[in-house]
Write a protein that binds this ligand. Structure first.
Ligand SMILES: [Zn+2]
Length: 265
């Protein structure tokens, strides 16, 4: 935690000068700002139905009207937009760890650039959910992979790929093994062998699916799932069991269709 030493150093200095009163000293503004986020889970009293009440910072989880995930229609709406996913390199080095809620991979360098709606986003991390969070015509898939992107101003966009049981997808072993190792491990992923070459997608305006559930997040959900072997799925399911937020009302939102292409940069 890089913040802690900076907070403690002035307090320690103050103790040396004053020689008293340090134990009862009120926390500094910086210490309050660095307070850890409220604990949340996928079941029980800290579960999704109560996320909005666990912390003022999580309010949007409860009152937000454009929350994710949602149930998607069986048919993808006709394509009205295109999205280019450009791979900087065929493979991406990085590291993976158990966040306490999922297994997650962080690329060491910008691995993919995604161009959507005239904006450019870079991949920041990849994690998974079991079963899927988005459902199609009411049915969940076995897993869902979230490629969380950010633009230069820090705005999020999530590319979601559903995972169904079937043949193992080449390249997913590296993610599955690293994400479920239970400790921080180095990993090299080949996104070219994970992402489908071209795919129709659903797109809509939603939110992060975990607290603080921040809104104004464009979603791109590829309609074609990738397949994973039973062994791959079992490893993912074993780490944290069911880690999926239930679907939210669509409300006033509309779901559009698009077409994604994956290419090398
Ligand atoms: Zn997610």
């Amino acid at each position: 935690m890089p913040v802690r030493p900076r907070v403690l150093a002035p307090i320690a200095l103050a103790c040396l000068i004053a020689l008293s009163g340090c134990v009862s000293a009120p926390p500094t503004t910086r210490a309050q700002a660095s307070a850890p986020p409220a604990h949340w889970t996928y079941e029980g009293v800290d579960g999704p139905g109560n996320w909005g009440k666990l912390s003022a910072a999580y309010q949007e989880c409860g009152v937000g009207e454009e929350q994710s995930p949602i149930d998607l229609p069986a048919a993808v709406p006709a394509s009205t937009q295109e999205t280019a996913i450009t791979l900087a390199q065929p493979t991406s080095d990085g590291h993976a760890d158990d966040t306490g809620h999922t297994g997650q991979f962080w690329p060491a360098h910008p691995a993919t650039t995604l161009s959507h709606g005239g904006r450019s986003f870079e991949l920041k991390q990849l994690h998974y959910h079991t079963p899927s969070e988005h459902t199609i015509a009411g049915k969940p898939a076995a897993a869902e992979f979230h490629f969380v992107h950010e633009d230069a101003a820090g705005h999020h966009l999530v590319l979601a790929v559903l995972g169904q049981k079937g043949k193992p997808t080449p390249g997913m072993d590296a993610f599955v093994n690293a994400a479920t190792a239970g400790e921080d491990v180095g990993a090299t992923l080949n996104f070219e062998s994970i992402l489908p070459a071209a795919s129709a997608y659903y797109t809509y305006e939603g939110s992060l699916t975990t607290p603080p559930c921040s809104q104004s997040v464009p979603w791109i959900v590829l309609s074609t799932p990738i397949t994973l072997s039973e062994a791959q799925l079992t490893k993912l399911e074993k780490l944290h069991g069911e880690i999926a937020r239930p679907v939210n009302p669509i409300g006033e939102r509309s779901i559009s269709g698009g077409s994604a292409t994956v290419k090398r940069g």
